[in-house]
Design a protein around this ligand. Structure first.
Ligand code: GTP
Ligand code: MG
Length: 200
């Protein structure tokens, strides 16, 4: 996809601040430090649009990026960082659930998992919400550059089995660009859909 313009439209910590739902959007979700912001930057060919950090729990807000003035990519705050206090975890749950409830034109969620790690309880919670709210999701197994190609294939099979979704998980690396074209075609298909539709 040709990226003509990208603007950070809003950075929200409350439902009241979300922008209107007129445009289709795809969200990016996953545990803290998994590489959500790096993946968004890599897709949009921008080095530092979404803040990348080696300190987990960096993105606490929901960040809306308007692309080509025609759709939004949305960076959701990460979950599951052990040192985050309980009230913050509760705030995260409330914010994400209100996001899923609110966004009538959320046509897909890119669900980002570290290819080396097992699914956590919060990953399962998120998966449950995506199913409950009828949002199609696309699993992406990131940081693939940390494994050999043969290990990547093994982990892809294992995680695919755990996820159990009908959509094939994409092996991805923000470092090498692996999987980027495949992910863009999913994102593009999702934002071309008129309304939310469940596929998984
Ligand atoms: P929070 O906003 O804190 O939840 O983190 P995030 O999920 O947005 O992760 P972020 O993109 O900030 O990346 C976290 C760390 O992982 C950074 O040090 C990145 O450089 C690194 N990283 C992200 N993607 C990749 C990747 O594909 N390969 C490698 N090797 N490192 C990556
Ligand atoms: Mg982030």
């Amino acid at each position: 996809m040709k990226i003509l313009t990208v603007e950070r439209e809003a950075r929200c910590r409350r439902r009241e601040d979300f922008p209107g739902c007129g445009l289709p959007e795809v969200a990016f979700a996953g545990r803290s430090n998994v590489g959500k912001s790096s993946l968004i930057n890599s897709l949009l060919h921008r080095r530092s649009l979404a803040a990348v950090s080696s300190t987990p729990g960096k993105t606490r807000s929901i960040d809306f990026f308007l692309v080509n003035k025609s759709f939004r990519l949305v960076d959701l705050p990460g979950y599951g960082y052990a040192r985050v206090p309980e009230p913050v975890q509760r705030e995260w749950k409330g914010l994400i659930e209100s996001y899923f409830e609110d966004r009538g034109r959320l046509t897909g969620v890119v669900w980002i998992l570290d290819i080396r790690r097992e699914l956590s309880d919060l990953d399962r919670l998120l998966q449950g919400w995506m199913v409950r709210y009828g949002v199609a999701f696309f699993p992406v197994l990131t940081k693939a550059d940390k494994l050999t190609h043969s290990r990547q294939r093994v982990r892809q099979r294992e995680l695919q089995r755990e996820i159990g979704a009908s959509v094939e998980a994409i092996v991805f690396s923000a470092k090498t660009g692996e999987g980027k074209a495949a992910l863009w075609s999913r994102v593009q298909a999702a934002v071309s859909r008129p309304l939310r539709r469940r596929e998984s």
